[in-house]
Design a protein around this ligand. Structure first.
Ligand code: FE2
Length: 200
């Protein structure tokens, strides 16, 4: 996808599990995506922002796919690796089988999207992605439906991020960061440090 925005705005978005509550109302938004506490983890390669949401209905994109429900435990795993690769893992388990303190349930449905963002210039990026899942590998109709749903959702991101690009370019005030920006700010600091090291 062609994105008329700086590549780090796409990364900001991919480290913000809460954006689904506002940007993806018909696909990934669900109870808890706007307000459950986030865990921030740093590794040598990057930053992970994640959270478990216990015992809530699955969102519209996943509800028809899951072999359990309507309520379930959900994990949002948003991981970015320097300089601009993202792994987004959606995990759903039957209620009571999820949680940070438990081993991964054998009943878990897992969908992973891999995102590769390439800067073209300061206002343009190319966004490559694919996704795969751990169930119904041969169900071509499901693959097609999930692909089409993801295209709709990623175009919602595109629309918002292109407004972010023009809005931030014209901003008249300073930045106002929220708690949910912690992962993105950490990642941006790491990118800046890496660029300084390479330049040095
Ligand atoms: Fe998104």
């Amino acid at each position: 996808m062609e994105m008329a925005c700086h590549y780090l705005y796409i990364i900001d978005n991919l480290l913000d599990p809460s954006h689904v509550a506002r940007v993806h109302l018909t696909s990934f938004a669900g109870a808890g995506t706007d307000n459950r506490p986030l865990d921030l983890e740093e590794s040598e390669g990057g930053v992970i922002v994640s959270r478990w949401i216990a015992d809530e209905p699955a969102p519209p994109y996943y509800a028809p796919i899951l072999p359990f429900g309507p309520s379930c435990d959900r994990k949002q795993h948003y991981e970015c690796r320097l300089p601009s690769t993202a792994i987004n893992m959606s995990v759903y388990t039957p209620t009571g089988e999820g949680g940070a303190d438990r081993p991964m349930s054998p009943n878990a449905f897992v969908n992973i999207s891999y995102n590769f963002i390439t800067p073209v210039d300061a206002e343009t990026s190319r966004y490559f992605w694919f996704q795969h899942r751990n169930m119904h590998a041969d169900d071509a109709a499901m693959s097609q439906r999930m692909f089409e749903g993801a295209v709709i959702a990623f175009n919602e991101d595109k629309e918002v991020l292109e407004y972010v690009q023009t809005g931030m370019a014209r901003r008249k005030t300073g930045y106002f960061n929220l708690g949910l920006d912690a992962g993105a700010m950490r990642f941006r600091a790491r990118v800046a440090k890496r660029i300084a090291q390479e330049a040095g």
